[in-house]
Design a protein around this ligand. Structure first.
Ligand SMILES: NC(=O)c1ccc[n+]([C@@H]2O[C@H](COP(=O)([O-])OP(=O)(O)OC[C@H]3O[C@@H](n4cnc5c(N)ncnc54)[C@H](OP(=O)(O)O)[C@@H]3O)[C@@H](O)[C@H]2O)c1
Length: 317
């Protein structure tokens, strides 16, 4: 849908900034582009916000919990894209209710991750609970006459999948300098679908511009590519030493479950990392058919590019 007026929440955050960059690279295809940002961000990222204004972005500063500020921000807006962070997911519920009684006709909530309705077990996964509540409001409470929705479900961000989480090495990752890798799964050959952060932006823009009845009111399970930890390892070896790295091990699903249980019991907030990585290793990012084709099959990055970028990033540190 070209020419739509769009408003973004969380546009200055980790994935929101990639979504906004992709929108700005297609700027002429949109009407108004506005972002709603917190007073704190207005202070800490003032120079970035000034640059956005130069690119014809309306910067609205306010508190996401201020109903009047939200109503004013929605005036004349057709589509809302939320990229609010994990700690702010529940705040989308009042945002959705207000959108339903405004000019807004389409809401893309903050998803950009694991399919939270993948199978029967998904409803019980702890990290999914807030996003499930948001979906319930959109699907069961709000009338389609008032508001459509689309869920851009990308699976893990490829760049983040490659990184070790400090203190949680068994959760997997690649250390290019130390030539060390921990592959997830019994053998590392288990398939996983990943999406680069740049491609998340590309896929959101494709969702906005290739809207059809089939691409609305449903999850769009998209990705950059499907691979396996063993294939990623082979790509790292091909682009670095040309021979096997010395320090390569595997973490089985069973071991991930043990680590996950211990982390939740200890109240460790990083427990989410183990849960999500266990879900991904169990096949929770695999689909009979990905939805890229429903939104115009935009060009995606490859595994080779992601690995090359990681090697470049590490060598510049
Ligand atoms: N697939 C993956 O591997 C992966 C990885 C990370 C995240 N994600 C998903 O991506 C989405 C966005 O996550 P993110 O990491 O990009 O978010 P983030 O950078 O932590 O936060 C995004 C923005 O949300 C606003 N915000 C954050 N906390 C807030 C709070 N407590 N109250 C009000 N506003 C708040 C801030 O924007 P302003 O200050 O500008 O208002 C912030 O810049 C989430 O749904 C998350 O689950 C997926």
């Amino acid at each position: 849908m070209a020419g739509q007026n769009i408003l973004l929440f969380g546009a200055t955050g980790q994935i929101g900034s990639f979504i906004l960059t992709a929108i700005l690279s297609a700027r002429t295809q949109f009407g108004r582009v506005a972002i709603f940002t917190s007073p704190r961000t207005a202070e800490t990222k003032a120079a970035y916000l000034e640059k956005l204004k130069e690119q014809n972005v309306e910067v609205i500063i306010g508190d996401v919990e201020d109903e009047n500020a939200i109503k004013a921000a929605y005036d004349g807006i057709d589509t809302v894209i939320s990229a609010l962070g994990r700690n702010a997911l529940a705040q989308q519920i009042p945002l959705i209710r207000l959108a339903a009684s405004s000019s807004v006709k389409w809401f893309l909530p903050s998803e950009y991750g694991t399919d939270i309705a993948y199978g029967p077990a998904s409803a019980h996964e702890k990290p999914h609970q807030q996003k499930l509540k948001v979906r319930a409001v959109l699907e069961k409470e709000i009338s389609r006459a008032d508001l459509d929705y689309s869920y851009v479900v990308t699976g893990p961000f490829a760049e983040m999948y490659l990184h070790f989480t400090p203190g949680m090495e068994e959760a997997g990752g690649w250390d290019v300098k130390a030539r060390k890798a921990v592959l997830l799964g019994e053998t590392g050959k288990e398939r996983v679908s990943l999406t680069t952060m740049k491609d998340v932006g590309t896929l959101v823009v494709a969702t906005l511009l290739h809207s059809t009845p089939e691409s609305r009111n449903r999850p769009l399970c998209v990705n950059s590519f499907t691979t396996s930890p063993a294939e990623i390892q082979a790509e790292f070896e091909r682009q670095t030493t040309g021979k096997p790295w010395d320090d390569v091990s595997c973490t089985s699903v069973e071991r991930l479950r043990e680590l996950e249980t211990a982390a939740w019991e200890a109240g460790n907030p990083a427990a989410t990392v183990f849960t999500l990585r266990r879900i991904w290793t169990e096949g929770g990012t695999l689909y009979n058919q990905r939805a890229n084709g429903l939104i115009g099959e935009p060009k995606m990055m490859s595994l080779g590019e992601v690995v090359a970028n990681e090697i470049k990033r590490v060598s510049s540190l």
